[in-house]
Design a protein around this ligand. Structure first.
Ligand SMILES: C[S@@+](CC[C@H](N)C(=O)[O-])C[C@H]1O[C@@H](n2cnc3c(N)ncnc32)[C@H](O)[C@@H]1O
Length: 393
């Protein structure tokens, strides 16, 4: 009997593929709802392009043709159980609830593949070539709207952040004022971007606060906000750990160093903030605490221990947020070629879930958190987040 791997190799290496559509999520938590795969030509090279379809956006991934079959198999194994393959002479439907026992149905077709699509310029939320007040003021683009070459990575990061943030706004109520706090805002490219996007482009009522330790940075950001007429964007000097407020619907914390991220998460949970977007960095706290007989031979290498510390710290943070009732996803913020600080913790308080399901998920996360902590003999700052949310919510 033909296996899934054999079928995919025949189709993807056979040169007659028009398109594959992967659908039917295996896990509800999967952020994209469909992937399509089709042949493209990039700089004269034949490749496959995967399109990830989210609620409100589509992202792309290009890969060499020889990797197509393996890529498709991984998608079926991990993400989707229904596959529709359109080739020039055949339609193939695969039902792969169990990938090793797929149900395969074939029927003849007669179509001509489109000429492979050629390179397309990426469409950004804030486009290159169109003047944008805050980007010009912060020196990322010229007043005429041309992004400076040396700031292109920052420009891409800003747009990537807006794409992710945009996906989160569904979880926030459509009317009323949206209150957002950016902890450790620094020079605030992303804080200005959020304001510009929500207030100027989407015409939403927002109040955004940026908080940072540095007085000079805060002064500079307030001057820029005044100059741009961003009236509901304020910057305050202060320490995240001591910050007192009525709260926020959304908490953002990007590259707030070491345990500053924990205090940002602790504040967000205390306020029952609906959405948290956090890209941690400089996770040093657990480096000197980790002890584990099995892992020690591997962790004797500083560079490995460094990376492991980052992952353990963020893994524990994710579990702690789940224990507090949040749905947590770890997503790639920017590509690794730009920075290694590229994991974003995205946590959203679900609107509807039965009390029993919430309690079960939270208890499970508590158990997993405690087990992981004990296994590595660590006590992270996020431990201070002791109380799960009020279940009567
Ligand atoms: C690497 S910068 C990131 C700036 C900005 N969020 C970004 O991603 O472009 C980190 C910022 O966090 C601020 N910071 C670190 N610890 C903090 C704390 N405990 N309270 C407030 N700000 C803090 C630093 O002053 C610095 O400006």
């Amino acid at each position: 009997m033909e296996t899934l791997t054999q079928l995919l190799s025949a189709v993807l290496d056979g040169g007659k593929l028009v398109r594959i559509i992967f659908s039917g999520k295996r896990k509800k938590s999967l952020e994209y709802k469909k992937i399509t795969l089709r042949p493209v030509s990039i700089k004269g090279e034949s490749m496959y392009q995967a399109e990830y379809h989210y609620d409100k956006k589509v992202t792309h991934l290009n890969l060499p043709q020889k990797e197509g079959a393996g890529f498709a198999y991984e998608i079926i194994k991990n993400d989707f159980k229904q596959v529709n393959i359109l080739t020039e002479n055949e339609d193939i439907q695969i039902l792969a609830a169990k990938p090793d026992q797929p149900k395969i149905m074939r029927k003849a077709a007669n179509r001509k593949a489109d000429a492979p699509m050629h390179d397309r310029k990426k469409q950004y939320i804030i486009p290159d070539g169109t003047p944008c007040d805050f980007l010009a003021e912060l020196g990322v683009m010229s007043p005429a709207g041309k992004v400076f070459k040396k700031h292109y990575a920052k420009f891409r990061q800003i747009n990537r952040f807006l794409e992710i943030a945009d996906d989160s706004f569904d979880a926030l109520s459509g009317d009323g004022t949206l209150r957002i706090i950016d902890f450790g805002c620094g020079k605030s490219y992303l804080t200005f971007a959020l304001y510009h996007y929500l207030k100027i482009m989407k015409n939403r009522n927002v109040e955004i606060i940026g908080l940072d330790l540095k007085t000079d940075v805060i002064r500079f950001c307030n001057q820029v906000a005044d100059k741009l007429g961003y009236r509901k964007l304020k910057f305050l000097q202060g320490d995240i750990a001591d910050y007192e407020s009525d709260g926020a619907d959304m908490v953002v914390s990007l590259h707030a160093c070491d345990t500053a991220t924990d205090y940002a998460l602790i504040n967000a949970v205390r306020w029952h903030s609906k959405v948290i977007l956090s890209v941690p960095c400089c996770q040093h706290e657990l480096f000197s605490q980790i002890e584990n007989e099995v892992d020690d031979p591997m962790l004797k290498h500083g560079i490995i221990k460094d990376k492991f510390t980052e992952l353990l710290t963020d893994g524990l943070r994710g579990l702690k947020l789940e224990a507090a009732g949040y749905d947590v996803n770890m997503i790639e913020f920017t590509s690794l070629e730009h920075t290694s600080k590229n994991i974003m913790i995205k946590a959203v308080l679900p609107e509807k879930r039965s009390r029993a399901a919430s309690e079960a998920a939270m208890k499970k996360a508590v158990r997993e958190y405690e087990a992981l902590k004990d296994f590595y003999h660590v006590t992270p700052t996020i431990d201070a987040l002791q109380k799960p949310l009020d279940m009567a919510r």
